[in-house]
Write a protein that binds this ligand. Structure first.
Ligand SMILES: Cc1ncc(COP(=O)(O)O)c(C=O)c1O
Length: 433
């Protein structure tokens, strides 16, 4: 339980301005200059507690030997039972260190599903990613409760076909970000561990979204119902050789970190910490809208392929929907589909498995009336979805293009949408909230 004590003013500009803003941003929600209802991400934007804020003031920012580092190191050991800890400035910094330390030219990294920055670092170091999700993982409306599970037969097959020496490590991502925040089961992780042991491979856990995954294990996995969250955490940690996390997500804080009990592994990664991160002890929806089910963590994931099924995948349905949603609501979401992929080496588009619009729910940030407002606008857009047209590139960066891309206007939507949206709605809803 908590109560709200500090608030931040939001703007909800009129629809005409939203349309202009979307055009200026090249129909890319990343490029909006934003102080609106922001459901782009929960990364680094969760509400911090009074104690967390106070701790930031008390933090010891000594250039070496910071007391705050020791406090954090002790906490990590208490929670994960890992002796060695390397602090980083965020999650992708961990991925950089881990990839530099363990990925070589030709390495393969099997994983339940990739995350954008993870894959970019592995590829940058000469490796490739092999996704071995279960078949159900891509079923958007499945009743499988653990769509983040790894397919054990595929894992074995990859190792046997390529030889264990080619496998840099096996990566398990908690709360799989790109497929709707879906969890893995503790039982599945135990089996993955057995395969890793059989072939002498490291198992690395991306714990950035572990909090959601823990909740789902406790709620959905029969054999874990009587375990506490701390006990489940420790069981998962004991199965991992390395745990890394973005603390912008895990812990609703800032920064990130890597921990392990293996001194050799730690020493290998530590070399890179000073180079990239600094010295070790520096202070530091229910109206029929198609969504991913069962619900995952992170936020709400709208299935754009179904929402705007008149837009072909090569016109980026999730990108089109997220831009349209901003215009009709002022709610900024994130495209998690083909635009978040890279083209292949021949410049061909890599169509993603899913076209999702992710509306993140940063913890403790929005009130229920704000969420209801977003739901109302999504429902309106769904009823009027034929207004939304596809997108095409006008400016396309080579790496992680979703951040800086610019896209041409909607083929269909143009200015018509502004006259079709009931203009007074948002004002009313602001008054209500
Ligand atoms: C699963 C996962 N891994 C890694 C990262 C990268 O973390 P950061 O944004 O702190 O660099 C994220 C961030 O969204 C994530 O969700």
């Amino acid at each position: 339980m908590h109560k709200v004590r500090i608030v931040q003013k939001l703007n909800l500009p009129p629809i005409e301005r939203r349309l202009e803003a979307m055009k200026e941003a090249g129909f890319n929600t990343f490029l909006l200059k934003n102080r609106d209802m922001d459901m782009l991400t929960d990364s680094g934007v969760n509400a911090m507690s009074d104690k967390q804020q106070a701790a930031m003031l008390e933090a010891d920012d000594s250039y070496a030997g910071s007391e705050t580092f020791t406090k954090l190191e002790n906490k990590i050991e208490e929670i994960f039972g890992k002796e060695y800890f390397l602090p980083t400035h965020q999650g992708r910094a961990c991925e950089n260190i881990i990839s530099q330390a363990f990925v070589k030219q030709g390495s393969i990294v099997p994983m339940n599903y990739h995350f954008t920055t993870t894959k970019a670092h592995i590829v940058l170091n000469g490796g490739t990613v092999d996704e071995i999700f279960i078949d159900e993982a891509l079923n958007l409306t499945s009743d499988n409760l653990f769509k983040g599970n790894m397919d054990l037969a595929k894992l074995k097959d990859i190792i046997e076909t390529n030889g264990a020496e080619k496998i840099a490590f096996v990566r398990l991502e908690a709360g799989t970000n790109l497929i709707g925040g879906q969890p893995f089961a503790l039982e599945n992780m135990r089996e993955v561990r057995k395969v890793c042991d059989e072939f002498g491979l490291m198992l690395i856990l991306d714990a950035s979204l572990l909090a959601d995954n823990l909740y789902f294990i406790k709620e959905r996995e029969e054999s874990c119902k009587d375990m506490s969250i701390r006990e489940i955490t420790r069981a998962i940690a004991d199965l991992s050789d390395i745990i890394y996390f973005s603390a912008r997500k895990l812990g609703r804080a800032r920064g990130g970190g890597i921990c392990t009990n293996n001194k050799d592994i730690y020493m290998k990664m530590r070399e890179y910490i000073t180079l990239y991160e600094g010295f070790l002890t520096y202070g530091g929806m229910p109206v029929g809208v198609p969504v991913v089910t069962p619900s995952g963590g992170l936020g709400c994931h709208i299935n754009s392929m179904e929402f705007v099924d008149h837009i072909p995948q090569n016109e980026y349905p999730a990108g089109a929907l997220v831009a349209a949603l901003y215009i009709v609501s002022g709610v900024r979401g994130m495209e998690r589909g083909t635009l978040s992929e890279q083209r292949d080496e021949n410049g061909n588009e890599t169509l993603s498995h899913m076209e999702l619009v992710r509306l993140a729910m940063p913890r403790r940030v929005f009130t229920l009336s704000q969420v209801k407002y977003a739901v109302d606008r999504i429902a309106w857009l769904y009823e009027n979805r034929q207004l939304i047209g596809g997108l095409k590139f006008v400016e396309e960066p080579n790496v992680l293009r979703f951040f800086f891309r610019k896209i041409n206007k909607f083929f269909r939507m143009g200015n018509r949408i502004s006259s079709q949206v009931p203009g007074g709605f948002w004002r009313q809803s602001v008054i209500r909230s």
